[in-house]
Design a protein around this ligand. Structure first.
Ligand SMILES: NC(=O)c1ccc[n+]([C@@H]2O[C@H](COP(=O)([O-])OP(=O)(O)OC[C@H]3O[C@@H](n4cnc5c(N)ncnc54)[C@H](OP(=O)(O)O)[C@@H]3O)[C@@H](O)[C@H]2O)c1
Length: 284
């Protein structure tokens, strides 16, 4: 079972998606995605720069689940920004996934010729190749410098978000524009501090739920989409098993109070775009 959220363009997206960052394309992605689909996930998050789109596509096909029942997100990498390069990048993703449309496609990182890339994505949406389009890693500063120049409002902004990093400023801007938050690193990327937090653990005890489940439930109850990643079959299952309990207002307030107002990744820091291009090369 999974909650569904309606995006600002009317497209419906399952609130819990399966994250695939850092799962290698050596058969591990195929295996993890098959396990996730068997466990009931119907939303997979991949990216050109994860190098695993091909295995994601193959896992979905081999699962036998009809294509229209699985929501696929992929992302355009910085080396495919600019109008012409973006057209090529979109075709590359479709080809690697082996699909004739992608449910949601994101500008992965907000550096370089984002406006040209966005125009190509708007056109691909109009042509039906991309059902919905969105952005990622946009801070208020980046959002305000780019989004007012877009023709189509993004449907999501995929940002680092978890109980220690609740992203209140950008979430307010997005709420004003009916843009949904997708939480990357919804479990703090495995952070021990977060996953052993005593306040969260004691809330979970009341419901027979583990810390990861309470965190994901909190984020979904806040109206956000979450993308937990795991290669562990038990954790793959438990991360989706969050729809049979509801946190009370007091419990929600207690978890909101854990916000530090900081994030680990700072998209506004100088040199981030160059660092990403150098560390995640895409050569075609
Ligand atoms: N747009 C972007 O720039 C961006 C950036 C980063 C990530 N993402 C997307 O967001 C997804 C999620 O982010 P993430 O993978 O960085 O971090 P995450 O999902 O917060 O955390 C994953 C880590 O937590 C562990 N884990 C998973 N479930 C657990 C549980 N229930 N209890 C304890 N530990 C658990 C995993 O280990 P095991 O595998 O051993 O379970 C893994 O080490 C990514 O996979 C990717 O799809 C997007």
């Amino acid at each position: 079972m999974n909650n569904t959220i309606t995006l600002n363009d009317g497209i419906k997206i399952p609130a819990v998606g399966f994250g695939t960052f850092l799962i290698p394309p050596d058969g591990s992605t195929y295996k993890a995605v098959r396990e996730a689909l068997d466990a009931g996930y119907r939303h997979i998050d991949t990216a050109t720069a994860y190098y695993n789109e091909e295995e994601v596509g193959r896992a979905v096909r081999d699962s036998g689940i009809p294509r229209e029942e699985v929501f696929i997100t992929s992302k355009l990498w910085v080396s495919h920004f600019g109008y012409d390069r973006a057209k090529l990048g979109i075709e590359r993703s479709l080809k690697k996934l082996g699909m004739d449309y992608i449910d949601l496609y994101l500008v992965h990182q907000p550096y370089g010729d984002v406006l040209g890339a966005w125009k190509a994505m708007e056109e691909a949406k109009a042509e039906g190749k991309l059902r919905s389009i969105g952005v990622s890693n946009m801070t208020p500063k980046i959002w305000n410098s780019l989004v007012p120049q877009f023709g189509v409002m993004p449907s999501v902004n995929q940002i680092e978000c978890n109980p220690f990093s609740q992203q209140k400023a950008i979430r307010e801007i997005m709420a004003e524009n009916d843009v949904k938050v997708e939480c990357w690193g919804p479990l703090g990327q495995g952070s021990k501090d977060l996953l052993m937090n005593e306040a969260i653990r004691s809330i979970g005890e009341r419901y027979g739920k583990n810390v990861g489940q309470v965190i994901l439930r909190f984020e979904v109850q806040e109206g956000m989409i979450v993308l937990p990643k795991s290669t562990n079959p038990e954790r793959i299952k438990s991360n989706l098993d969050i729809f049979d309990f509801t946190l009370t207002d007091d419990e929600m307030a207690a978890i909101r109070a854990l916000d530090t107002g900081k994030t680990k990744h700072d998209p506004d820091a100088p040199g981030v775009g160059e660092y990403l291009i150098n560390n995640y090369p895409i050569n075609d």
